[in-house]
Design a protein around this ligand. Structure first.
Ligand SMILES: NC(=O)C1=CN([C@@H]2O[C@H](COP(=O)(O)OP(=O)(O)OC[C@H]3O[C@@H](n4cnc5c(N)ncnc54)[C@H](OP(=O)(O)O)[C@@H]3O)[C@@H](O)[C@H]2O)C=CC1
Ligand SMILES: CC(C)CCC[C@@H](C)[C@H]1CC[C@H]2C3=C(CC[C@]12C)[C@@]1(C)CCC(=O)C[C@@H]1CC3
Length: 333
């Protein structure tokens, strides 16, 4: 049955002379699915996972744009030619896309060991310059740089399913994906892990339990990340007995397409010129991880942990010291 599921590639292995070793080995590979894997933190995670264990993993990149996905796959294979890297088309903001991607995944694989729920958007961000300068000279300056609190709002849209765009992309699509992948995630005698990319920007004040999609406010991003933290806690309680554990991480402030979009009038060169300023700020707040590699620290750290040993009430932060050393630290959600 497994042979049938994995299609031609597997059948070929089966019919060759060295089939037994090849088959046995492929069976043992851990399957890792990463959403939003074609850029930023997600792509850095894939690179680091393969550097950690090239031949023991079967990596599946779930992306909405297959051209970008192909490019990411080629990059990964260029540095890890022996790696097994597959692609899965999925738009987390679309219910039908998530359902068909989950279906496709279950046909292709019979196990899922790690599910990284990382795709995320912050559409039409507005940077409040006045609040930023006010914050610079207040006692809240460190918090402002660590969380972006008080200086960012967004204009949300509505998806074709009639859901709020940010809620659907960052949270609901992922929720649906986990529910649909239950049969491959929950297996007797084996544990699996869900790892959510949350944020320092997850504020309780932005989340209204009466308006979980954040239809009415101006901080849908913050609300979706706070809801992510809550959902992870709930999933832990719900799935623990079935060997499925859920954790949230915060990558810190990372220079990616998402953050470049916050100041669209800033050319890339200006961000580069600002780097020495950011390195200086890092001395005061180690949340300025800045590179996708550093930002993925907590994601890779969780990969190495026994899920039973993790604190379900913790949020695991990727941090970078003033001297540039990476580490992971848990903080109560
Ligand atoms: N950068 C930062 O400072 C921080 C980032 N985060 C979180 O980290 C995660 C990764 O973001 P980051 O690497 O920074 O930014 P990127 O924009 O580089 O990565 C986001 C990824 O999500 C994908 N994505 C967006 N929308 C969808 C969708 N509807 N369906 C499928 N994939 C989608 C993007 O694909 P595409 O290329 O097609 O757009 C991209 O691969 C996000 O959840 C973000 O909220 C949290 C805290 C700080
Ligand atoms: C000299 C200035 C132009 C510097 C501006 C800095 C700000 C743009 C950034 C300072 C802290 C950053 C931050 C985020 C975005 C960019 C900042 C506000 C996030 C909100 C991005 C998304 C997240 O999930 C959390 C980040 C926290 C820190």
């Amino acid at each position: 049955m497994t042979l049938h599921r994995r299609g031609n590639q597997f059948l070929n292995q089966f019919s060759c002379a060295c089939c037994v070793t090849s088959l046995g080995f492929a069976e043992m590979r851990k399957v890792v699915l990463v959403t939003g894997a074609n850029s930023g933190v997600g792509l850095a995670l894939c690179e680091r996972l393969l550097s950690h264990d090239t031949e023991g993993l079967h990596l599946c990149l779930a992306c909405r744009n297959m051209q970008k996905a192909q490019a990411a796959r080629s990059d990964l294979l260029a540095s890890h030619p022996a790696a097994q890297v597959d692609l899965l088309q999925m738009d987390t903001s679309s219910v039908s896309s998530v359902l068909s991607a989950a279906q496709e995944f279950k046909v292709r694989y019979d196990r899922l060991d790690y599910l990284y729920l990382n795709a995320g958007i912050m559409p039409n961000p507005e940077f409040d310059v006045k609040a930023f300068f006010k914050g610079l000279f207040s006692s809240n300056v460190i918090t402002m740089f660590a969380t972006g609190e008080g200086i960012l709002t967004q204009k949300d849209g509505v998806t074709t399913d009639g859901l709020q765009q940010v809620f659907a992309t960052n949270l609901f699509g992922h929720f649906l994906l986990v529910r649909e992948l239950e049969p491959v995630l929950c297996h007797e005698g084996r544990t699996s892990q869900l790892v959510w990319t949350s944020s320092n920007n997850a504020h309780r004040s932005a989340f209204n339990p009466e308006d979980i999609q954040h239809r009415t406010g101006t901080q849908p991003y913050s609300s979706s990340k706070y809801a992510t933290d809550l959902l992870s806690l709930a999933f832990n309680q719900h799935y623990e007995k079935q060997g499925l554990y859920s954790s949230v991480i915060c990558p810190g402030f990372v220079m990616t397409n998402l953050t470049y979009g916050i100041l669209p009038s800033f050319p890339a060169i200006l961000w580069t010129l600002l780097m020495p300023v950011f390195w200086l700020i890092r001395v005061f707040t180690n949340t300025f991880t800045l590179t996708p590699y550093n930002g993925s620290e907590a994601l890779i750290w969780l990969f190495r942990q026994k899920p039973e040993s993790l604190d379900p009430y913790a949020k695991y932060h990727s941090l970078t010291s003033g001297l540039g050393n990476n580490y992971t630290q848990p903080h109560k959600v």
